[in-house]
Design a protein around this ligand. Structure first.
Ligand SMILES: [Zn+2]
Length: 221
């Protein structure tokens, strides 16, 4: 029997949370490399407090994926992975560590993947400096270890690391920006409401609110 053919992910893998930074990287990579084909991956992490956040992130991811396809940007395949660990009250791992572990398993499954695109921005370094670099090195180590790769045969690229969150927000098409979700702790709009809104207290909310103050044309709730 002839083996099933699939398109090779020669562009690399793009973890997409649904937030502004990874949406910026996703949009940038797909548009700048139309001849390449990418694996876009959402890792859903359900711990004891993240249900609201996952609801909004998944909604954002699905809307953005549909928006891209409707606008002729189709050089990617989308996959979703879910991990449930609600019994752990305080997760002992950073979310990104689990995302890199999941990405590494995909890299093992698709040997042609030789690059991961990370949604780091200039704002991520504010206040953290070298600590943030250390964190990124740890993520890279997880990926190299689990995927059995090294710095010689696998790259981690951060194409928007020189841009601020404000600049990325201005770069994204307004319609797509509006679909993103970056708040870590969405709250019900009112008592007994299923509608969730941004908390305005978590670090991403603070950066977004500051960006809106600087540019009132930004189309985000
Ligand atoms: Zn928030």
């Amino acid at each position: 029997m002839k083996p099933l053919q699939r398109q090779q992910y020669n562009g690399g893998i793009i973890p997409f949370s649904g937030g502004i930074d990874s949406a910026g990287v996703l949009y940038h990579c797909l548009r700048s490399n139309p001849e390449k084909y990418f694996l876009v991956m959402k890792v859903c992490l359900y711990n004891s407090i993240s249900a609201n956040r996952m609801t909004k992130e998944k909604e954002a991811v699905h809307n953005v994926i549909e928006y891209l396809r409707e606008n002729g940007i189709k050089n990617f395949e989308y996959k979703e992975l879910e991990y449930h660990y609600p019994s752990l009250e305080i997760p002992p791992l950073w979310d990104s560590e689990i995302v890199y572990f999941a990405a590494a398993t995909c890299v093992r499954a698709y040997p042609e993947i030789s690059c991961l695109y990370e949604g780091v921005t200039a704002d991520d370094y504010i206040g953290e400096g070298d600590d943030f670099d250390e964190r990124l090195e740890k993520y890279a180590s997880i990926l190299h270890l689990i995927a059995d790769r090294n710095t010689g045969n696998f790259r981690i690229e951060m194409p928007l690391s020189k841009l601020s969150k404000l600049e990325i927000m201005q770069m994204l098409p307004p319609e797509m920006l509006k679909m993103t979700w970056s708040c870590r702790y969405p709250v019900p709009k009112e008592t007994y409401s299923y509608k969730l809104e941004r908390c305005h207290f978590c670090p991403p909310c603070k950066v977004i609110d500051k960006a809106i103050e600087q540019d009132s044309n930004l189309n985000i709730i």
